[in-house]
Ligand binder design. Structure first.
Ligand SMILES: Cc1cc2nc3c(=O)[nH]c(=O)nc-3n(C[C@H](O)[C@H](O)[C@H](O)COP(=O)(O)OP(=O)(O)OC[C@H]3O[C@@H](n4cnc5c(N)ncnc54)[C@H](O)[C@@H]3O)c2cc1C
Length: 368
């Protein structure tokens, strides 16, 4: 039987099935894919035989060993955290950033270092003026990066603005994204035989990946408003069993169980909670909110962290040895839940896990 065209497969297999991660990279790649708030859809069928929109999507078949080779020049030894050089605690020494940021401000600090030092021309970020659905944002200065600090837990299609920025002539961009967004960038960077002007991701010169075990549907913002009595929300954090929502008048705690119905179903099918294809990945420590967990993955990531340390804007300390097994098992458990569920329905091949990678996840991977 003839296969549907690739755009139709994206529409049916990803968008209409509810599997779209809302990374945003297909938006504007062709004139028929648009966003409405955080949703992404075709506004018209596309006549093209080819379909890079399908190939770059983080929810279409992805050859994981190949991406490891593409990004790091080798396959992974660790099936929990993916390829990495070092795991550390880190925080920004820039006081404004430390104060405005979600945790230790490592993301804003590194993005700011890259832009201010001229290594990157701008940063592709996500910004919320009020605590509502954030919008993609191109930040060209430290102040603009600072204005994007903090986490909004919905799935903003940030990468839509990467395509816009590149069309406007921007080059050398640092991009901050959820794991699915970093995967989309790597998929586009790996495309061969495609005209350069169609490959906005090749203008990304540094990827900062956020840890992300799930994102929430946009409807969560109305729920939070109701829970806080309509007060202005300044920040939300989800330490473990409670979400802590900080309003202008104090904190409101919401049991995580009340948020579960807002978790996006596609996140239950993701087995990359630590952004394994980023240059560096950044998350909480679950231990000390003034610090971040920083995973240095690539040589480029290592070099940028070294320079930020030398510039006196970043500080690091060893990752507590007793905590590393906790992080690794939290990630492995998430991956196993995914493999036991939805992914097994479609088979490992669909997700591009080699037999070694699937075995590594199921058996725990090699300890370092
Ligand atoms: C949807 C989501 C789920 C997350 N889940 C986890 C988790 O389970 N465990 C964990 O340890 N950490 C998680 N994080 C990461 C965590 O919230 C912090 O972003 C990270 O630790 C960096 O902290 P920081 O102080 O360096 O960030 P900051 O310096 O404050 O910078 C935060 C950056 O995040 C970007 N951002 C904000 N909202 C979004 C969004 N919706 N999509 C993409 N980028 C965004 C902003 O552009 C900003 O540059 C999640 C983040 C998001 C967005």
């Amino acid at each position: 039987m003839e296969q549907p065209k690739l755009f139709m497969r994206l529409k049916q297999e990803v968008m209409e099935s509810g599997d779209c991660t809302r990374c945003g990279l297909c938006v504007g790649l062709c004139p028929y894919i648009k966003t409405l708030d955080e949703r992404i859809a075709f506004i018209h069928d596309c006549g093209r035989e080819d379909g890079n929109c399908y190939r770059i999507c983080p929810r279409t078949p992805s050859d994981w060993p190949e991406f490891d080779r593409q990004v790091f020049g080798q396959e992974r030894e660790d099936h929990s955290l993916g390829h990495y050089m070092e795991v550390l605690y880190a925080r920004s020494l820039d006081k404004d950033i430390a104060q405005a940021s979600q945790y230790g401000g490592v993301v804003s600090c590194l993005a700011s270092y890259l832009v201010e030092s001229g290594v990157s021309q701008a940063a592709i970020l996500t910004k919320a003026d009020n605590y509502g659905p954030p919008k993609p944002f191109i930040a060209r200065t430290r102040e603009e990066i600072l204005s994007c600090a903090g986490s909004n837990y919905s799935a903003s299609p940030t990468l839509a603005i990467l395509n816009d920025g590149v069309r406007q002539g921007l080059d050398n961009l640092v991009t901050v994204g959820r794991p699915c967004q970093i995967l989309a960038i790597r998929k586009m960077q790996g495309l061969r035989e495609v005209p350069e002007h169609n490959l906005s991701a090749r203008k990304v010169n540094f990827c900062i990946g956020l840890f992300c075990f799930w994102s929430l549907e946009t409807e969560v913002y109305a729920f939070l408003q109701a829970k806080t009595g309509g007060k202005t929300i300044k920040k939300m954090d989800i330490p473990l069993n409670y979400a802590v929502v900080t309003t202008e008048e104090g904190e409101v705690q919401i049991p995580v169980d009340e948020l579960r119905s807002f978790i996006r179903p596609t996140c239950q099918r993701c087995f990359d909670p630590t952004a394994e294809f980023a240059d560096v990945s950044v998350g909480s420590t679950e231990d000390d909110p003034e610090w971040n967990t920083l995973i240095i993955r690539s040589l480029r990531g290592q070099e940028v962290v070294k320079k930020a340390l030398a510039a006196g804007i970043l500080e690091t300390k060893p990752y507590p040895s007793e905590r590393l097994p906790l992080l690794r098992s939290a990630v492995l458990n998430k991956k196993r839940r995914v493999l036991d569920g939805a992914v097994k329905d479609k088979g490992y091949g669909y997700w591009g896990l080699s037999p070694e990678y699937s075995k590594g996840i199921e058996e725990g991977g090699e300890e370092r």
